[in-house]
Design a protein. Structure first.
Length: 258
């Protein structure tokens, strides 16, 4: 198999789970498959502006990928990114290898509804519900579905937006319930080691690994912010108590010297 043809084949199989197409129009075909399969697995609308294939460089770039919030949350996107880049290794033998998937500067919304349910948790649960029960079982048996390994998934400069305005915080009475932080670059690890996973599950595995990391970071940041707010409220209450004690002391002193 020539490497150029091999790269094209793996890219198409990676997204489509086995469809074979002529070279012309492959980017549009892959884009459509990302939208269809992504929407199916995540239970919400997934859209892609463009897919660019640089076959001689062994690279594919997915431009302007957006994932809508699941039902029951705001109309904002849960996830959006300008570009995702896939770099391929040798593709002569199965399992085929993707050397790296790079996701740079995505905007991710972590939103909590009135019942305490998070939008990212819902997306992760949708993935789990729609995956085959056997993780090595292809989602579709209609076409060839080779095994694929992704050696490294890197997510950098995540702009994580929090919104828990719908969630009651009781007596804590937090004033700011929507804010944004930038997460440090993290490695979501490898996918499909050591023997590979079916090509039509690679994208799902990548999203799942990214959600695991982002959800953990989001919970940590949210707890830190809540702890800071709680400490501030406690200090405010202590200040009030201090003022009351000072007033009582002054009154006492006045009584002693009158």
């Amino acid at each position: 198999m020539k490497k150029g043809l091999g790269i094209f084949t793996v890219l198409v199989l990676l997204i489509a789970g086995g469809a074979w197409y002529m070279l012309s129009g492959a980017g549009d075909f892959i884009r459509a498959q990302i939208e269809q399969q992504g929407s199916k697995y995540l239970g919400t609308t997934v859209s892609v502006f463009n897919v660019d294939l640089a076959l001689t460089e062994g690279r594919m770039t997915i431009s302007s990928l957006d994932i809508k919030n699941p039902q029951g949350f705001s109309n904002e996107d849960a996830f959006s990114v300008d570009a995702i880049t896939l770099d391929l290794g040798e593709v002569i033998n199965e399992p085929y290898v993707v050397q790296a998937i790079s996701i740079n500067a995505p905007e991710i919304l972590y939103e909590v509804d009135a019942g305490g349910q998070g939008n990212l948790i819902v997306l992760k649960n949708n993935l789990a519900a729609n995956l085959p029960k056997n993780k090595n079982q292809p989602a579709s048996n209609d076409a060839a579905n080779p095994l694929v390994i992704v050696e490294n998934v890197t997510v950098s400069n995540v702009r994580l937006k929090f919104n828990f305005e719908q969630l009651s915080t009781g007596d804590l009475n937090i004033e700011t319930k929507a804010y944004e932080v930038t997460l440090p670059t993290f490695n979501a690890g490898s996918i499909g080691q050591p023997n590979g996973i079916p090509a039509d599950q690679v994208g799902v595995a990548v999203v799942n690994a990214m959600l695991d990391n982002v959800i953990a970071a989001a919970k940590s940041e949210a707890k830190k912010r809540l702890a800071e707010e709680a400490k501030k409220k406690v200090n405010e209450e202590l200040d009030k108590q201090k003022d009351k004690l000072l007033e009582k002391a002054n009154d006492k002193l006045k009584g002693l010297f009158n």
